[in-house]
Ligand binder design. Structure first.
Ligand code: T5A
Length: 219
């Protein structure tokens, strides 16, 4: 996605990115509640998933059922889910003037399938251009947290196997670097937030950026 805004007259598109356990879902819910309290329509959604069709694909991807097909096929599945999500939920909401807050979006494919999964980044970009087209986020938060802290958070929450243990030891460190590099390359769209801060402080930083970048003041 190029840095900058898109030719769209209504709505605002905000995405949240970062590693697992960085606090994206927590921030998404808090932002949604605070913005909705101003009277604006908020659409809180997530990827993979967010629409009935895309949620079916989410199940296939996150259950590991698609893993034997390889990272390129997984990339295509993420893209198929995104295409449905955009068409049936995100674009109609933006056209109505809603504030769309999406927990993960195309930058997750860049990071997980591109930077870490071995799918050639040029190819990831081409697929992204076709699927995302002009629906580029207006603002993307990267929640940055050291891997050890994210691990502790997920261990406290998780009853099942530790997701961190399923990946190579340096996977999450590389993921963190990949996100910070993306943010550095497109400072007009990205805002990195220190996600070691308490949830209310993370929320304040996000609201400040929403005010300064999007001109949307939420008190
Ligand atoms: N994926 C996704 C791809 O590979 N390619 C793609 O294109 C896309 C879209 C999605 C998976 O799919 C992959 C990436 C992922 O592996 P998921 O189940 O949707 O997986 O999970 P994640 O998006 O990774 O999110 P998580 O649920 O793991 O973590 P969050 O949402 O970042 O964290 P959250 O908010 O649930 O918080 C975790 C814990 O920390 C606490 C919370 O209370 C919670 O207990 N917490 C804090 N504690 C202290 N301080 C704070 N500031 C805190 N914020 C939250």
């Amino acid at each position: 996605m190029p840095d900058g805004s898109v030719p769209r007259t209504q709505g605002r598109f905000i995405t949240l990115e970062g590693g697992e356990g960085s606090g994206k879902s927590t921030l998404a819910k808090q932002l949604g509640a605070r913005i909705a309290a101003t009277g604006l329509e908020v659409v809180l959604t997530r990827e993979p998933g967010g629409s009935p069709g895309a949620e079916m694909v989410r199940h296939v991807l996150l259950s590991g059922a698609a893993e034997p097909l390889g990272p390129f096929a997984e990339t295509l599945l993420f893209a198929a889910a995104r295409s449905d999500h955009l068409e049936t939920k995100i674009r109609p909401a933006l056209a109505r003037g809603a504030i769309v807050i999406c927990d993960r979006f195309a930058d997750s494919t860049r990071a997980y399938q591109g930077a870490l999964g071995g799918v050639e980044p040029g190819l990831v970009s081409k697929i992204e251009r076709v699927v995302v087209d002009h629906t580029i986020p207006d603002l993307t938060f990267v929640l940055d947290v050291p891997v050890s802290i994210a691990r502790q958070r997920l261990m406290r929450r998780s009853e099942g196997p530790d997701r961190f243990e399923r990946e190579a030891p340096d996977f999450h460190e590389k993921l963190r670097v990949a996100y910070l590099e993306m943010a550095e390359r497109a400072p007009g769209r990205f805002v990195v937030i220190d996600a070691t801060l308490p949830p209310d402080a993370v929320l304040s930083k996000a609201l400040e950026a929403i005010s300064s970048r999007l001109g949307l003041t939420v008190t």
